[in-house]
Write a protein that binds this ligand. Structure first.
Ligand code: PLP
Ligand code: TYF
Length: 395
């Protein structure tokens, strides 16, 4: 029967990773997959993670199953990190999931269980896995305008106009911060207008929060999520610990489902547990336990926050350096948006032929839609990238 299988479309970002590995050029630069790298090009295990793992090895006395929702202490710690005190705890149901991807998938599954007719509205563009998972599940999707190619900032008028078409019970998928792939984000005021439209239309927001702490800081990056979750009766939040704790391969994430009324929470929680059981029974625990230890131990937490802040400010420095270098070379402010974008990514708005020339002629790998991972740069490679962009645009 397997001879009947058809080839599946590759993930373009993961395919680019392979192409980069195969390129023999020594001075090649990887600005593809969204993994943080320091100035030496290393993705380090964070200090607090190392220490928590050390303690875990010494103190863990059992590896017996956790519950279907994972360790409740993980949910409590993450709810505190993401929402603070903005939503009553008894309205929140939550499950641990394998990464933010698992949280997205289970969030879509829950939405479909609750409303089989729900259309999921995604930003155009969005993280390609959103659309590919939704397509695989057969859920109806629509897109809303998000990115203005000309300015490389948010096309807010287009976004609002498109969201006017959302039906009651539809899901509107929003990025909590550090939009992937564009790097362009809503202002607080714009978030307020989105809340007003979703409320008016009776839509349910689903927030994908994969980069808390990578943009303007842990609190600032949670502000949009908090504003939406506290204003709306219902909300889904899919959170990833992969980037901000650097535990990518441990597969650590949390899905929250906020009900309108606390009396609905037990059934919502039961449905989430059911979804985990149908998929893999118990979610992975190692990364979740390490994250919980860090968030609940004041010393580990302070060290983690300090290291995360170094990571964040190093990316902001690189943004400023690159924007400055491009301003100098082009004698214009065309690329000033790079310093205004937040998170790991910026979409440069270059045509695919230019992206291809940058790869072929200069060995710089960015995703075909001209998304670059700012953390793939360092002070030495910033001028090389700036020159490559300018040369490829002229060619
Ligand atoms: N959502 C967005 C927007 C992402 O960029 C990513 C990237 O990794 C994820 C979700 C999934 O993260 P994880 O590796 O935790 O599954
Ligand atoms: O967008 C990125 O590069 C990250 C990493 O299937 C990633 O989100 C990319 C593709 C994928 C899973 C994670």
């Amino acid at each position: 029967m397997f001879d009947r299988l058809q080839d599946q479309p590759a993930d373009k970002i993961l395919a680019l990773m392979q192409a980069f590995k195969a390129d023999p050029r020594e001075d090649k630069i990887d600005l593809g997959v969204g993994v943080y790298r320091n100035a030496e090009g290393v993705t380090p295990v964070m200090r607090a993670v190392k220490e928590a793992e050390r303690r875990l090895v010494e103190t863990q006395e059992t590896k017996a199953y956790t519950g279907l929702a994972g360790d409740p202490a993980f949910a409590d710690a993450m709810i505190g990190l993401i929402l603070g005190e903005t939503v009553a705890r008894d309205r929140i149901a939550a499950i641990a999931t394998p990464g933010g991807t698992g949280a997205c998938r289970q969030g879509f599954e829950l939405a479909r269980l609750a409303n089989p007719d729900a259309t999921v509205w995604c930003s155009d563009p969005t993280w390609p896995n959103h659309l590919s998972i939704l397509k695989f599940m057969g859920m109806p999707t629509r897109t809303y305008r998000y990115f203005d190619e000309a300015t490389a900032l948010v096309d807010f008028d287009g976004m609002i106009a498109d969201l006017e078409g959302v039906a009651s019970g539809d899901i509107v998928l929003l990025h909590g911060c550090c939009h992937n792939p564009t790097g362009a984000n809503l202002t607080d005021e714009q978030v307020g207008r989105v809340i007003a439209i979703l409320t008016e239309r009776g839509a349910v927001p689903m927030i994908d929060l994969a980069y808390q702490g990578f943009g303007d800081g842990l609190e600032a990056d949670a502000a949009a999520t908090r504003a939406i979750a506290s204003a709306m009766p219902e909300c889904l939040i899919a959170a990833s610990c992969s980037k901000n704790f650097g535990v990518y391969r441990e597969r650590t994430g949390l899905l929250m489902a906020i009900s309108a009324d606390a009396s609905d929470t037990p059934t919502t929680q039961g449905n989430l547990n059911f979804l985990n059981r149908q998929t893999y029974s118990f979610p992975p625990d190692h990364g979740a336990r390490v994250v919980t230890m860090i968030l609940t131990d004041p010393d580990l937490r302070a060290d983690w926050e300090a290291e995360l802040e170094e990571v964040r400010s190093s990316m902001l420095d690189l943004r400023d350096q690159l924007a400055g270098e491009l301003a100098r070379l082009t004698n214009s402010d065309r690329y000033a948006f790079i310093a205004r974008h937040r998170g790991m990514f910026s979409r440069l708005g270059l045509p695919s032929e230019v992206v291809e020339r940058i790869r072929a002629d200069h060995g710089v790998y960015m995703v075909g839609d001209s998304r670059m991972n700012i953390a793939g740069l360092n002070s030495e490679t910033v001028p090389k990238l700036a020159q490559a962009i300018v040369a490829a645009e002229k060619a």
